[in-house]
Write a new protein. Structure first.
Length: 117
């Protein structure tokens, strides 16, 4: 079985919706990290104070085919078809070696693969 790491960088206000989309498709554990991004565009100011939006970084280890489904679901949350500007970034990285994953999660991944065939 092949695995991928999925990383989603989403605005804090879309964190729970992104987590729900991933869980609905079969994501098990999700590591959530608070982050602050530096954009290439001008920073927003409010009464002379600079505002940098808060982001959440969602990281999950997934079975490879499942990672693509979840990537598309989160992309739909952060970049809905009716908007021109994206509010987040989602990507996957292939894994060569993996240790320590919960055997129950591996069994869920195997069931997903069998259902996909």
């Amino acid at each position: 079985m092949k695995f991928s790491v999925l990383v989603a960088i989403v605005p804090e206000e879309l964190e729970q919706e992104s987590i729900d989309a991933a869980r609905e498709l079969g994501a098990g554990g999700i590591t959530v990290t608070s982050a602050r991004g530096i954009s290439n565009s001008a920073k927003k100011t409010f009464f002379g104070l600079t505002y940098d939006g808060s982001q959440s970084v969602l990281t999950m280890v997934l079975e490879k085919s499942l990672s693509l489904e979840i990537l598309k679901a989160i992309q739909h949350v952060v970049n809905p078809p009716d908007r021109e500007d994206s509010k987040g970034l989602v990507f996957t990285i292939g894994l060569e070696h993996l240790a320590g994953i919960d055997i129950n999660q591996v069994e869920k991944f195997e069931q997903h693969v069998k259902q996909s065939i």
